[in-house]
Design a protein around this ligand. Sequence first.
Ligand SMILES: [Zn+2]
Length: 313
Amino acid sequence: MPKIQAIQAPMASPLLPSILESFEMVQSSYIGGRMPLFRPFLSLVLGLVTCLSVAQAQARPQSALDVMTFEDQFTCNDKFPHHSFCEAVDFKPWTETEKRIVGEYLANINDPRLSYLLEVIKTKGITKIHRVGYGANWFNNISKRRAEFYRSPDKALLWVNPVTNVIGFSDSFFTGTSFMDPHAKVDRKQINVFHELVHVFDVALGHISTSQEFYDSVGWHWDGKNHVISGVDYHQSQLDFKNILALVGNKQSALAYAQDRELGIHYGFPTVYSMTNTHESFAEIISYYIFDPTSKDYLSPKIQAYVKTILQE
Ligand SMILES: [Zn+2]
C-alpha cells in the first residue's frame, strides 16, 4: 500500500488527535511491559503465539459479522471516557431481536473487495457495537484537563464517536422506516451500517479522509474560507443540502433520501451529503462504490482508482 501522508483536518476538533494518541500510548505501554521469564518457558510461549497468529491470519474475516461483536456494557470513569459520556449516551443491553436484525446487515457486508478493510478494523480492535439511547457531542474542559460530553439533539440511526471510538445503534435505527435505494436496489439501512464501518476504517488508518491523496482524487481543497470541491458550485451544493435537510425535518425522509441521491449523482457523487465534508465524502464514496453497481457510471475514474488503491483490491 502506498504510504498515505495525513494532513491536519481544519474542521476536526483539536482535542481529537491528542486523545487518540494518549489512548494508543496506554495500549502500547501494556505491550511493551517486561516480565522476568524462564527461557524455555519464554520460547514455548513465543512458539505458541506464532502458531496462534498464523492461524489467525489464515482465518480472514468473510463478513463484518466475523469482525464486530455486540456489547451490552460500557464503562466510563473520572478521566476518559468521562462519566458525562455514559450519561449522555445512555447505554443499554441488546435484545435478541435487535442482534438478529443488525447481524443480518453485518453478514451482508461480505464483498470480497472488503477483505483488507475488514482486516484493518479487526487488527485495530474497534469492533464493539453498542445499543444506545442518544448520540453525544464533546468539548475540551480545559480547567479539568479532560474531554466532556453532552447529549446530541441529532436523531442519527447509528453513529461512530471519533473521540471514544464507540459505535452506537439508536432506537431510530429499529423504528425508522426502511426503504430501497433507487439505484443500488438495497435497503438504505444496509448502506448506513456499512457507512459507519467505513468511518471506523478511516479512524483505524489515522484519518486518511484528510490525506492529500484523497483530496486530490476528489478535488477537495481549501479556498481560504471553506473546504470545497473543484468544479462544483459550492453555494449551490450547500443550498441543495439545506433543502434536503428541510425535507427530513418535514418527516419526508424517503423523498429527502431520493433527492440526496439524484442531485449527488448529477454532480458526479453518490449523494449531496458526500459533498458536505471530507470525512463524509470518504465514507459515502466507499459505501456506494461497494453497494451500488451503478456507481462506476457517476464516480470519476480518478475516484474509482483511489478507492481501488485504498481497499488494496
Ligand atoms: Zn458519516
